[in-house]
Design a binder for this molecule. Structure first.
Ligand SMILES: *[C@@H]1O[C@H](CO)[C@@H](O)[C@H](O)[C@H]1NC(C)=O
Ligand SMILES: *[C@@H]1O[C@H](CO)[C@@H](O)[C@H](O)[C@H]1NC(C)=O
Ligand SMILES: *[C@@H]1O[C@H](CO)[C@@H](O)[C@H](O)[C@H]1NC(C)=O
Ligand SMILES: *[C@@H]1O[C@H](CO)[C@@H](O)[C@H](O)[C@H]1NC(C)=O
Length: 418
């Protein structure tokens, strides 16, 4: 339709060209005084040249116009998705606000920035480059997937299916006898609804063959399902008390994880993942995801341009990221790394949230906004493709070949109507 219009406009211009050419001839040739014969020849040449240039420019303008139009469509699409996700998220926050308590806050009063990052001793010294003693080219082949970006601008691997030589990593971490922690909050209706599926699937697919400790934060211990776990897995249930209410679940989560790392996790695990409970593992989610600092690409935004990322855009907020900055939009449903790095992350995010609260602000995506700010300042050493946290509402994508973990969005309706 649009092309037809453009073509007819073009042919119309071609018919009009004699007049235009006369005009150009007048404009460009008035200073010269050649013989009448050369004059007509020159004017014909100029006419042809002018028309070619004009049509060329016109095509460029037309292409740019069409391209902008398509991009608009994408932005509208993403914007609509954002609204839908926002609705869901508000809904969830409302339930959780009712359920959450602030018990841990009173245990450790605010410290000064110097003390906040006081060096703690950890179970093992993992860090810098993971895996230690196995170089990146030995286990990672960025060229195995030419259809997607497999390296960040700062040369950290983006783990897509097919890029990893898994057996080398398995051997390495087996020899190291690593223990991986996984924290998950199952509060209120989330406990009944999601915890069982999450744990059952994690028992099978999360770090198979390696030691795993699940840290389950619950508000009702008797609601924790009894599941027969693999011998390499342990379950630790941490009650979250209910005395006082917290208005901000995300602040609570970052605070609790930080406190927990300080009090016990740092003595118990080498790597730690923090995940949302409303997800289910679908296939092998293994040691290729371990690193010092690991971030998850948000499935809805992995192909989007930086301007449409839902970063916090208010300069007053601690989570503020200007439009011309930012690498990726990361998902708060999954983040991981060494305990010391996650300790740092949770403390920084908590501090940001606390500062915002003092100024009566709340970042647009709560802890996720602060997480994105943290990762912008402290770039992750490994990034996970959307295969590691897919949303089937997007449909299927050609690039997403092997889904390891997925959201369970359909069940929201069910919980909401209870
Ligand atoms: C490093 O790798 C070499 C060969 O791959 C191995 O012999 C050595 O034991 C490794 N060292 C450590 C500390 O893992
Ligand atoms: C490996 O680590 C686990 C958990 O920390 C421990 O129970 C086990 O004894 C260790 N195995 C070896 C061979 O060191
Ligand atoms: C705690 O869980 C148990 C078992 O699912 C349930 O019977 C009980 O009502 C729950 N208590 C609260 C306060 O939700
Ligand atoms: C933790 O954060 C502080 C402040 O941002 C920084 O100086 C320090 O290097 C960080 N430590 C680690 C292990 O990332």
């Amino acid at each position: 339709m649009r092309w037809n219009r453009l073509l007819s406009l073009q042919s119309c211009l071609v018919q009009q060209n004699t007049k235009l050419c006369r005009l150009t001839h007048f404009l460009f040739c008035c200073s010269e005084k050649p013989s009448p014969a050369t004059r007509t020849m020159n004017s014909k040449k100029r006419a042809v040249l002018f028309c070619i240039v004009f049509l060329g420019l016109f095509s460029v303008v037309a292409v740019v116009y069409l391209d902008l139009d398509c991009r608009d469509g994408t932005e509208v699409w993403i914007y609509k998705r954002k609204l839908q996700i926002a609705e869901l998220k508000n809904e969830i926050d409302r339930w959780l606000t009712i359920r959450m308590s602030g018990s841990t806050a009173s245990k450790s009063p605010h410290t000064t920035p110097g003390e906040r990052y006081a060096l703690l001793d950890y179970r093992n010294e993992y860090g810098n480059q993971e895996p230690k003693n196995v170089s990146l080219p030995q286990w990672f082949n960025p060229r195995a997937r030419m259809d997607v970006d497999t390296l960040t601008p700062w040369s950290a691997p983006i783990i897509w299916d097919g890029t990893v030589e898994r057996s080398i990593l398995e051997d390495h971490y087996k020899r190291k006898n690593v223990t991986v922690g996984l924290t998950v909050f199952a509060i209120g209706k989330y406990l009944d609804k999601y915890l069982k599926n999450f744990l059952t699937s994690a028992n099978i697919y999360f770090m198979p063959g390696h030691n795993v400790i699940f840290y389950i934060m619950v508000d009702n211990i008797s609601g924790v399902p009894s599941i027969e776990l693999d011998p390499l897995r342990r379950l630790k249930v941490i009650p979250v008390e209910k005395e006082s209410r917290w208005q901000d679940i995300s602040m609570m989560r970052m605070k609790t994880i930080g406190d927990l790392i300080e009090s016990r996790i740092r003595h118990e695990v080498d790597f730690l993942f923090c995940m949302d409970v409303d997800q289910v593992f679908e296939s092998y989610y293994g040691v290729e995801t371990l690193d010092e600092s690991v971030a998850q690409l948000q499935a809805w935004f992995y192909k989007a341009s930086r301007r449409v990322f839902t970063y916090e855009r208010n300069p007053e907020s601690a989570a503020y990221i200007p439009y011309e900055e930012g690498d990726f939009y990361y998902h708060a449903a999954v983040f991981g790394g060494t305990p010391q790095r996650i300790y740092n992350l949770t403390r920084e995010c908590y501090e940001g949230i606390r500062k915002d609260k003092e100024h009566n602000l709340e970042a647009i995506w709560h802890d996720e906004s602060h997480l994105n700010k943290y990762y912008l300042r402290n770039r992750p050493s490994k990034v996970l493709s959307p295969e590691y946290c897919w949303d089937y509402n997007i449909g299927l994508s050609y690039e997403v070949k092997n889904i390891k973990l997925s959201w369970l969005p359909k069940a929201y309706e069910e919980v909401r109507n209870k």
